[in-house]
Design a protein around this ligand. Structure first.
Ligand code: CU
Length: 120
């Protein structure tokens, strides 16, 4: 009987783990906003995710629409579901592509990208 109870306990634990598997970190919102047009260059980008992430295994890259990389600092966390990326230089008017990859605290990898535009 004791054995059956421990088997049930293992089953419940597995179900709980499985439930957490749905808690992937996706981009919740960003500054500048996804798909928005802003008047001037931001000093930094801020990306907020739906779950807490592991900064050491997460990163953000910025490029022009043509694919030229934009110099930016390492993505810095704070709070735990947010990354801040300081831009090395003010951005010229144009459309930029932000590509992110994160590992959520449940160890799942997710990635995505979005664009924002700086008005001429
Ligand atoms: Cu997950």
């Amino acid at each position: 009987m004791k054995r059956i109870f421990s088997l049930i306990a293992v089953g419940v634990a597995l179900m709980l783990l499985d439930g957490q598997a749905f808690a992937h970190a996706f981009l919740d919102h960003a500054v500048p906003g996804v798909g928005t047009t802003v008047a001037g260059s931001p000093v930094e980008l801020e990306l907020t995710f739906t779950e807490d992430i592991v900064p050491a295994f997460s990163g953000v890259h910025v490029a022009t629409e043509g694919g030229a990389a934009i110099a930016a600092g390492k993505a810095v966390p704070g709070p735990a579901n947010t990354l801040h990326v300081r831009l090395a230089h003010a951005l010229k008017p144009g459309t930029y592509v932000v590509t992110w990859h994160v590992v959520s605290v449940d160890t799942h990898h997710t990635q995505g990208s979005y664009k924002f535009t700086i008005a001429p």
